[in-house]
Design a protein around this ligand. Structure first.
Ligand SMILES: [Zn+2]
Length: 458
């Protein structure tokens, strides 16, 4: 139940813009998009806010290592600001390819430093944060509910953190985390810096999400999303600092997506299996096939990506497009009176689809309803109508399959020629013609009613 009638506030932890998004990011943001589309479909007005981390996210979530942005800039040879710009642009272009609707508000950490300083001040004034020579830290011992989200006990967390934290810091507790880094030691030459009541420096990663989400959505809001890797540190810290500052609950519902694995292994640069969305499209797959593949696993279950599972998703996706197209062809004809039994069936499919996807976003089951409906005996036109209706939630761009395809005469002639060769058993020759057709940007698929021509999409 949302806080204000039909209005829903939703915050998504966005990218740290020092690298390109990979297919694991795609999965996370597609599930956020599915939730958002489902809410909109159900009549809610969604205010969706997403941050861009362009400062303060260190190589380790636990305040260790360099600033990711500065490390990224060193790699590209550009300034930190140019590096951020470049990756922000690339990020949203990739999200567009996956048909992920853009947030209502995109907010950059570097453009909200005063808000972050304000929030840190509140925490210092209330005694939840303390100043040291190298940073202002949040004092986790002052917040008894610390770690509730992840089910970790503070004592365990402190033991775990103690092993990681290097000496030389003035933290009271190893689990304390930085709200403001000062320009000392490893950060002496930090490029991005601002003045603050505690001296020059830059904000830590966690504080930006609290400051910006509360700025745009209020001190308590409905939904906060992120990856499961955010649970133990980032979101735990967001809750602690927000609730300590306001004395109010921070978020009503959390949505955490599980990881994507590749060939059963964790993605990593060293294994060379960290694929980008462009790696998928360059191999001739449609980005929508990848989106379809994401839908086949529940968001709380790890999804194992393989090239063969993507190929299966591509052919399933093509079939859906074909049904939408077939229904469209029928659309011009007069409507035949449907039997009561068929009308009832259509209503039942409609209900069941919404029921399963509303049950904790069970999209794998949603797809099962889609295929059951497609295999049923209801008319093609109704199948296409249902698909297009559901696609407002699925976001598979099925409506683009309806766009008229203008096939050049030459291609039509070649398709007929190929069909003739196939009928006379000359499959090798037929295949050569198929390849020529592909070179012209079209693909031929053999269906039950003869060959169908489609535009080759990447
Ligand atoms: Zn965040």
């Amino acid at each position: 139940m949302p806080l204000k009638g039909k209005k829903v506030g939703m915050y998504t932890c966005g990218p740290t813009v020092y690298d390109h998004p990979h297919i694991g990011h795609g999965r996370k943001y597609v599930y956020d998009d599915l939730l958002k589309r489902l809410l909109i479909y159900s009549g809610y007005q969604v205010m969706h806010v997403q941050n861009i981390t362009d400062v303060g996210h260190l190589v380790s979530d636990a305040d260790e290592g360099e600033d990711k942005l500065e490390a990224g800039a060193a790699k590209t040879g550009k300034s930190v600001w140019e590096t951020a710009e470049m990756y922000i642009k690339g990020f949203y272009e990739t999200m567009d390819k996956l048909n992920i609707s853009r947030p209502d508000v995109v907010c950059r950490a570097t453009e909200h430093v005063p808000e972050q300083i304000e929030l840190i001040k509140r925490l210092v004034d209330k005694g939840f944060a303390y100043d040291t020579p190298e940073a202002v830290y949040f004092d986790v011992a002052k917040f008894p509910r610390y770690g509730e989200l992840s089910g970790q006990r503070l004592a365990d967390k402190m033991v775990a953190a103690r092993q990681e934290v290097q000496t030389g810091s003035h933290k009271r507790n190893p689990a304390d985390f930085a709200l403001w880094f000062k320009l000392v030691g490893r950060f002496e030459k930090h490029v991005m810096k601002w003045d603050s009541p505690w001296g020059g420096g830059f904000p830590g990663w966690h504080i930006e999400c609290s400051a910006m989400s509360m700025k745009y959505l209020g001190e308590t809001f409905d939904i906060h999303t992120g990856g499961e890797d955010h649970i133990p540190v980032h979101h735990t810290n967001e809750i602690a600092q927000s609730e300590a500052a306001t004395g109010k609950p921070f978020v009503k519902y959390w949505l955490h997506s599980a990881f994507l694995m590749v060939d059963g292994q964790k993605m990593s640069k060293s294994l060379g299996n960290m694929y980008r969305i462009e790696d998928v499209t360059e191999k001739g797959f449609n980005a929508m096939a990848l989106r379809y593949l994401y839908l086949t696993a529940h968001y709380r279950t790890p999804l194992s990506f393989t090239w063969s599972s993507l190929a299966a998703a591509q052919s399933a996706y093509d079939k859906l497009c074909e049904f939408v197209r077939a229904g469209g062809r029928e659309g011009g004809r007069a409507r035949v009176e449907l039997s009561k039994e068929k009308m009832k069936k259509i209503g039942q499919y409609r209900e069941r689809f919404l029921e399963v996807v509303n049950n904790d976003l069970n999209f794998p089951q949603g797809l099962a309803v889609v295929w059951e409906m497609i295999k049923s005996n209801i008319p093609d036109m109704d199948k296409a109508d249902l698909l297009l209706d559901w696609d407002q939630i699925l976001g598979l761009s099925l409506v683009s399959a309806r766009e008229d395809i203008k096939v050049p005469e030459e291609v039509t002639r070649m398709v007929n020629e190929r069909e003739g060769l196939r009928k006379s058993g000359k499959f090798v020759e037929a295949d050569a013609v198929r390849m020529q057709i592909e070179k012209l940007g079209f693909i031929v698929k053999d269906g039950p009613t003869g060959p169908a021509i489609n535009v080759k999409r990447n």
